[in-house]
Design a protein around this ligand. Structure first.
Ligand SMILES: *Cc1c(COP(=O)(O)O)cnc(C)c1O
Length: 439
């Protein structure tokens, strides 16, 4: 048994081994970009533009919705979706306490108020019960996130939305290609959004986003709102008449062409990733110290991010040591060359922006109000991006070897965890926040 790299032993992942590049670029992707550059048609307002409309049609078909509108990124996609659905000043929008910041910021862009719901400790998604408890007479919409690629309980959440007359919006930024009871993520809510950010499962060479809906009126409004409230149908000359409040959230033709080119490989890549990840998770399942992601039989996981809960009891320690054990194995894995990371350091309502003027007159935040989100952040680590390439399999094998090595050294890990002067990530984040921006 070789020594842990943490204690001076050899690394499991050799230093010169590179993570397979994501997105992996094919010659045809480069050709697609070159084609647009040569065409001179760069934006959704360019007459005769075909890449943007082509991507919109292809994605609507893929997801199974009547419409798709391409926009500048996944955050503007959410703002436009909420605005088109009628969310406005003073409305409340229910969002998960564990997600990317964009989910909670976008209501504020419309002077609406994000109201947070705690997540489930196993699926990491909001539960219908937590959402139900957050409904008030001012609630207008529910934004459900399929965190890390696992669809949330959409039937039950849709029933909750219907019962209270609310708009259900899927933030599917992490769930391209995931399915729930036979339907694609992003086809279920009244209006739904995707990100094409370079880090996502369906990437572009930069920033992009997509909005999907079956609703003709919402589709028309999103299209107008992405372009100053103007009608832009690509036929006649631009009228320069603004009919409603809009933004400039148009997509870029170069980026749409890149994604459209990749869409040809989307199913094959998803299938290979699914095989690679399942094999990886199968190997980890033999180790009693961590619990990997899984999908109930009625849905599929897009495996955008892999989150692993660490079991302190496997190391002979109690729940009070969950964070210390997680921090110790994370350190050990990183020393072995596994890019174990955090995804979110605190519940979203703990972000300073929500706790101070002009958003809040008084800071009412208490971390203990989000017990499940805290437990998830404290007790788990993630693998991000490294597993996305179809070529990731050999690297994932090494990561599994490293996890097995950590288990061989469980006594040393337990000893170190017990002695660790541990502070949870959200407390460390408070220090970072105070240091970066001390007022
Ligand atoms: C990435 C992401 C977004 C925002 O997408 P951008 O394209 O980066 O603006 C929104 N919600 C979730 C859950 C995300 O992961």
């Amino acid at each position: 048994m070789s020594e842990l790299a943490l204690h001076g032993g050899p690394r499991t992942v050799p230093r010169d081994r590179r993570i397979p590049r994501w997105p992996d670029i094919a010659p045809e992707d480069e050709e697609a970009v070159r084609r647009v550059v040569a065409s001179g048609r760069y934006t959704a307002a360019s007459a005769g533009e075909k890449e943007i409309t082509g991507l919109e049609r292809a994605w609507a078909e893929e997801v199974g919705t009547r419409h798709c509108v391409a926009v500048s990124n996944g955050t503007t996609a959410l703002s436009l979706a909420l605005a088109a659905a009628g969310v406005g000043p003073g409305d409340e929008v229910i969002v998960p306490a564990l997600s990317f910041i964009a989910t909670a910021i976008t209501p504020l862009h419309l002077s609406a108020v994000p109201v947070f719901a705690d997540v489930d400790p196993v699926s990491f998604n909001v539960t219908p019960k937590a959402v139900e408890a957050a409904v008030t007479p001012r609630t207008r919409a529910i934004v459900v996130v399929h965190l890390h690629g696992l669809p949330a309980d959409l039937d039950e959440l849709a029933a909750t939305a219907d019962r209270h007359g609310l708009v259900l919006v899927e933030d599917a930024a992490q769930a391209h290609g995931a399915r729930y009871r036979g339907r694609a993520a992003g086809s279920y809510g009244r209006v739904n959004t995707f990100s094409l950010n370079v880090s996502k499962n369906l990437p572009t060479c930069g920033e992009g986003g997509l909005v999907t809906t079956d609703d003709d009126d919402l589709h028309r409004r999103v299209r107008m709102m992405r372009q100053f409230g103007e009608v832009l149908d690509g036929t006649g000359p631009r009228s320069y008449v603004s009919h409603m409040l809009g933004w400039n959230d148009k997509p870029n033709a170069i980026q749409c062409a890149f994604t459209r080119s990749r869409l040809v490989r989307f199913h094959d890549e998803n299938r290979i990733r699914d095989e690679n990840v399942r094999r990886f998770l199968g190997r980890l399942a033999e180790l009693p110290w961590l619990r990997g992601p899984d999908a109930p039989d009625d849905r599929t996981h897009a495996w955008h991010i892999l989150r692993f809960m660490v079991d302190p009891e496997a190391f002979g320690l109690g729940p009070a040591h969950a964070g210390a054990v997680r921090a110790t194995v994370m350190k050990a894995l990183r020393a072995e060359g596994v890019p174990a990371t955090h995804y979110q350091l605190m519940p979203l309502p703990g972000q300073r922006l929500f706790r101070r003027p002009p958003i809040a007159a008084v800071d009412h935040y208490r971390a203990s109000d989000w017990p499940n989100t805290l437990a998830v952040i404290d007790g788990s680590f993630t693998i991000q991006k490294a597993h996305l390439s179809p070529k990731a399999r050999p690297m994932l094998d090494l990561y599994a070897d490293a996890a097995a090595k950590v288990w061989e050294h469980r006594e040393a890990i337990a000893r170190e965890a017990r002695e660790l002067d541990y502070r949870p990530p959200w407390e460390e984040a408070e220090d970072i926040a105070a240091g970066e921006f001390p007022c």
